[in-house]
Structure formats: structure tokens, C-alpha cells
Design a protein around this ligand. Structure first.
Ligand code: ZN
Length: 117
């Protein structure tokens, strides 16, 4: 009968570690109860489960990724060098109108005018 208590303690320990890493407690309880040495090492070395659990979490992750991509695609305004979206037709900072395809040019920043002699 003592072996049953030992299995429960072993399963509980492994389940505790697994739940803290975002895994199923019940599945890891049985894994730990029957294969304690393997399950214990496995639970200790495995990483945190980062897959979204709900539709809302998945949508939030997608929104964060899209916002980061939008931020990364910003180009400096040719007039004031403020970082703006490449699709902008008017700079929101300096209000200057931007020529079509301004963000495609390799030299987005226009050279400074020569100082007056
Ligand atoms: Zn500007």
C-alpha cells in the first residue's frame, strides 16, 4: 500500500512542475506516477508551453506581431526624418506632402541644402 502513496507523491510532484510550465496537470500526474525518474527529468528540462490556449490569446499574439511589423516597416520622412509608415501620403509630423513611392527610394533622406555663401 505504501507504493501507492509513493506513486501519488511522485505524480503530484511531476504534475506541480508541469502545471507551473503551462502543461496538463492530470496527464503529467499519471506520467509521473508510473514513470517517475523519466517524467521528473522530462518535467524539469522542458520549456514553458507558449502556444495560445484561447482564441483571444491567439488574436492578441497576432495583433502584437502585426503591430511590431508595422513599427519595423516605418521609414524616415524625407523632410523631417520622423519615422512614418511607408503608405503615408502626408507626413503626420511636418505635414509635408510626400511624393508617390518616397519610401522605396534608397536615399529616403534628401541631402541638406548647401549653406548660403
Ligand atoms: Zn515629416
Amino acid at each position: 500500500m505504501e507504493w501507492l502513496v509513493g506513486m501519488a507523491i511522485a505524480g503530484g510532484l511531476v504534475a506541480l512542475i508541469a502545471v507551473n510550465k503551462g502543461r496538463s496537470g492530470l496527464a503529467w500526474f499519471f506520467y509521473g506516477a508510473f514513470l517517475f525518474p523519466i517524467a521528473f527529468v522530462h518535467a524539469c528540462v522542458m520549456g514553458r508551453d507558449t502556444t495560445p490556449k484561447t482564441v483571444a490569446e491567439a488574436e492578441a499574439a497576432t495583433a502584437r506581431r502585426e503591430a511590431a511589423e508595422r513599427e519595423a516597416s516605418r521609414r524616415p520622412c524625407p523632410k523631417c526624418a520622423e519615422l512614418i509608415l511607408p503608405a503615408a501620403a502626408v507626413c503626420p509630423q511636418c505635414r509635408s506632402e510626400l511624393p508617390a513611392g518616397w519610401a522605396d527610394s534608397r536615399h529616403a533622406l534628401s541631402p541638406l541644402p548647401d549653406p548660403a555663401p
